[in-house]
Write a new protein. Structure first.
Length: 497
């Protein structure tokens, strides 16, 4: 039998196999009781794109929160947080035990404790940076002063000028006898070469690759990445925010300016950052470092009592660190955003580089704006990802119709992930306001209950307005038809972004 005669039979079998797999995958997807919009989107993709749709689903659509791929059972660091959170909730049953500075926001505080084991803790200082140049320079300075250990975690680390500056400091401190650990995401750091990593290891740096990127293997590839940016020095100083370790976060790269927001915290909240880093290390190595004093300098009897009470001497910067990811019982950062937005009484300032919100967050923003709360949203006019940029633009019409003030950042790229609520507290972290960050990635954010910090954020927001254009209904509705078409296509696949 010739190949020509066999070919139609072969293609027919492939077609039937594709239908069978698509039907089976669709049934499994529907039975998983996910968001119906996402479910329908994936079913359409699998049916309309033979073979390719199924591959895309396995790479981008699987729900590993349910599959429990990232189980952390047995991690003692999480046990410590659970123990302290239980004590804190018991004390906070009487509102008089809640520090006066945060009593107005007690519902958000308690929600964060329950959904993310997020301790309310007091800190000695909080410093906010509004550019990668400032933040990365401050991180290098803190690392140079390390005495016992450095724990560095970043979604992206590149072998460029900034990456090598960090490498040199890490190597120098490791040679001095300081414990140094560097963690990067397998996808975000996929361009790191053996030479770069080998030099670090030779100097004594522990290298941790979170979920290595392997192109020809099944998921996770783009979903379920570790998007956190954490630096802990000696258990006392911590950094988190939007800055990765690469030249473009320092000098802007292809953009004339790169705006970002990062925060330095000194005090008890660093314990939560430390625990988040060590839990991620536990996932990679299945090994615990234990509750050594040098990692957790606030865990003796007196400090545990202070932590459980949410108070500490003369410290006044109260904060919660929220870590969320596929391993979480709850989408804790999304829930924090939702409560913060819906509880606002006067005004909200939001900055995000990517705006592909869930229906929950989108409706929260629109309803809050309709309720006579001033909601200001700042997004980049031009993104570093074209599909996400069109997806973001697809939401503008309904936002301005609801009364949201939408500002397009024109001078460069604003990579900040920030909210300020009523000038009373602010949220700064690594999580974008999109489905991927809030549901699929490992993220970390801080809620800082301090009017001074909120004012600092809002002052910078007002400065940034000089680099923005306010979107008006009349002008937006006159945009080219091709733009509207691109937005519609991007919006159609937005549940998958």
């Amino acid at each position: 039998m010739t190949f020509t005669r066999l070919w139609p039979v072969f293609t027919s079998l492939l077609y039937l196999l594709n239908i069978a797999i698509a039907v089976y995958s669709s049934i499994m997807l529907i039975s998983s009781k996910r968001d119906p919009v996402k479910t329908l989107s994936w079913v359409m993709v699998m049916m309309l794109l033979p073979y390719i749709g199924i591959i895309l689903y396995f790479f981008f659509g699987r729900n590993f929160r349910k599959d429990k791929m990232f189980s952390r059972k047995g991690a003692r660091d999480l046990g410590l947080r659970k123990e302290l959170c239980k004590e804190m909730l018991e004390k906070f049953e009487d509102r008089e035990n809640i520090p006066q500075e945060v009593r107005r926001h007690h519902k958000l505080v308690v929600q964060n404790i329950r959904s993310a084991y997020s301790l309310l803790s007091a800190n000695d200082s909080v410093q906010i940076y509004f550019s990668g140049k400032e933040a990365l320079s401050a991180m290098l300075e803190a690392m140079r002063g390390a005495k016992t250990h450095i724990h560095l975690q970043s979604f992206i680390i590149e072998d460029d000028r900034v990456g090598n500056a960090f490498k040199e400091v890490l190597m120098a401190k490791a040679r001095e006898g300081v414990e140094v650990r560097m963690m990067y995401d397998g996808f975000g750091g996929r361009r790191l070469g053996k030479k770069f990593l080998g030099e670090l290891q030779e100097a004594g740096v522990e290298i941790l690759n979170f979920s290595p990127f392997r192109l020809f293997f099944l998921p996770p590839i783009v979903n379920y990445r570790n998007h956190r940016k954490i630096l802990v020095v000696d258990g006392h100083i911590g950094f988190l925010g939007g800055c990765n370790i690469a030249d473009r976060y320092f000098d802007g790269g292809e953009f004339p300016e790169w705006r970002d927001t990062h925060v330095r915290i000194e005090g008890m909240s660093v314990m939560s950052l430390q625990a988040t880093f060590l839990l991620d290390r536990y996932f990679i190595l299945n090994k615990n470092l234990g509750r050594r004093r040098k990692y957790y300098p606030y865990v003796d009897a007196k400090d545990k009592e202070l932590l459980a009470a949410g108070t500490a001497g003369g410290s006044r910067y109260y904060a919660q660190i929220i870590a969320s990811g596929p391993d979480s019982d709850w989408a804790a950062i999304m829930q924090c955003y939702f409560t913060a937005i819906t509880k606002a009484r006067d005004h909200i300032c939001i900055i995000t580089p990517y705006f592909i919100p869930s229906e929950t967050i989108l409706n929260a923003i629109k309803i809050t704006a309709l309720s006579d709360v001033t909601v200001s949203l700042m997004i980049p006019e031009r993104s570093d990802t074209w599909l996400t940029n069109w997806g973001t633009m697809s939401y503008i019409s309904e936002l301005i119709d609801a009364g949201v003030k939408v500002y397009l950042f024109k001078r460069g790229f604003n990579h900040s992930k920030v909210l300020s609520i009523d000038g009373e507290y602010c949220i700064i972290g690594s999580a974008n306001m999109d489905n991927r960050s809030l549901e699929h990635h490992f993220e970390v954010t801080s809620v800082i209950y301090d009017p001074e910090c909120a004012k600092t954020i809002e002052d910078q927001f007002r400065k940034d307005l000089s680099r923005c254009t306010l979107v008006t209904k009349a002008k937006w509705h006159r945009r080219p038809r091709r733009n509207k078409f691109y937005e519609s296509v991007a919006r159609l696949v937005s549940p998958l972004l």
